[in-house]
Write a protein that binds this ligand. Structure first.
Ligand SMILES: Nc1ncnc2c1ncn2[C@@H]1O[C@H](COP(=O)(O)OP(=O)(O)OP(=O)(O)O)[C@@H](O)[C@H]1O
Ligand SMILES: [Mg+2]
Length: 309
């Protein structure tokens, strides 16, 4: 079987092979993480003041928080772009990131980070060359890299044969974003971190990207960290949510639990999915609904039930 036939996490093993729910394996653990930008200068800014969170293998974790709450600073610790400041601790794939002997190149390959406007990271003239950049830097042969590029481009919905020789900057915005994500996927990461990567896309582009991410998670077992200010997108994709405020982790729980506390979220400058808001409003009027619901079809069922009783 060629590399192209392998799904993202064939190497990790399929859920069927995993058998009856093994204990979660923590891939990323942050403990009391602090970070100060421009430390020691008159311009120093506290980026993080105490973030603790973990990411387990195979899950999708959402990170939310108002602008400036520390989301991007947090995830830049996930692949060694930023190193932990004492006394905070960062453990990635079992490695203590305070240890200077850790091979950061390997960590960057295993934890792929896609930024808000990833298309700004594109720089090669041809799409195929851009996607090939990472695999070639990893030391793969040309042939191996080509197969990786083919697989990654096909995975994001930019068919290799059609797009590999296209000029990078002739792509549409959505296609550029897919190309940038293909460049990260081509490294075959174990964790894919998306920092506002769906924002700015038109509704169709956003939906397409979301369903791709869901497929990578569900079919391939890829671990996802998803930052978004769109609560609908978040609710549709992630299993757990971590809330940041003022550089601190302030709330954590399942999507249903976190979004069932709209008052607290509001205090952190956040909202809940609109459908949840409607159910909370109905519950406040003493109607028999479960407001811990983020799914439109499920909410529709609940409303039908009330209407027919
Ligand atoms: N390179 C930098 N130099 C100085 N301060 C920074 C830098 N990057 C971020 N900060 C500051 O650190 C804090 C956290 O920023 P961060 O970018 O992590 O927030 P965020 O939650 O990702 O915000 P947004 O939702 O706007 O992307 C903010 O006060 C920000 O101004
Ligand atoms: Mg940010």
């Amino acid at each position: 079987m060629s590399e192209t036939d392998l799904s993202i996490q064939d190497r990790v093993c399929s859920s069927a092979e995993r058998g009856p729910s093994p204990p979660p394996q923590t891939l990323i653990r942050l403990t009391n993480l602090e970070h100060t930008y421009l430390k020691g200068t008159p311009l120093q800014v506290p980026g993080l003041r105490g973030v603790s969170l973990s990411v387990d293998r195979g899950e999708a974790l959402g990170i939310i928080g108002r602008s400036g709450s520390g989301k991007s600073t947090t995830v830049q610790h996930f692949n060694g772009l930023l190193r932990p400041e004492k006394p905070g601790q960062v453990e990635i794939l079992g490695q203590d990131m305070a240890d200077r002997s850790v091979d950061v190149r390997l960590i960057r390959q295993k934890v792929g980070l896609v930024f808000q406007y990833p298309e700004a990271q594109l720089f090669e003239r041809l799409v195929g060359d851009d996607v090939a950049f990472g695999p070639l830097k990893m030391g793969l042969t040309l042939e191996e890299a080509r197969e990786r590029v083919r697989w990654a481009m096909d995975s994001v919905g930019l068919p290799f044969s059609e797009f590999k020789d296209r000029f990078t900057f002739s792509l549409s915005g959505g296609e550029m974003r897919k190309a940038a994500i293909a460049g990260v996927l081509a490294l075959k990461p174990e964790v894919l971190v998306l920092d506002e990567s769906t924002s700015g896309l038109d509704p169709r582009g956003r939906r397409e990207l979301l369903s791709l991410i869901r497929r990578w998670k569900e079919d391939d077992g890829l671990t996802i960290v998803f930052i978004s200010s769109n609560m609908e997108d978040l609710a549709a994709l992630v299993d757990r949510v971590c809330v940041l405020d003022g550089g601190r982790s302030v709330m954590e729980g399942t999507v249903r639990d976190v979004f069932s506390r709209p008052g607290e979220l509001q205090a952190f400058g956040l909202n809940v999915p609109q459908i949840t808001e409607i159910l909370v409003g109905l519950k406040d009027r003493e109607l028999d609904v479960d407001p811990r619901c983020t799914d439109v079809a499920e909410a529709e069922e609940q409303v039908w039930r009330i209407l027919s009783t």
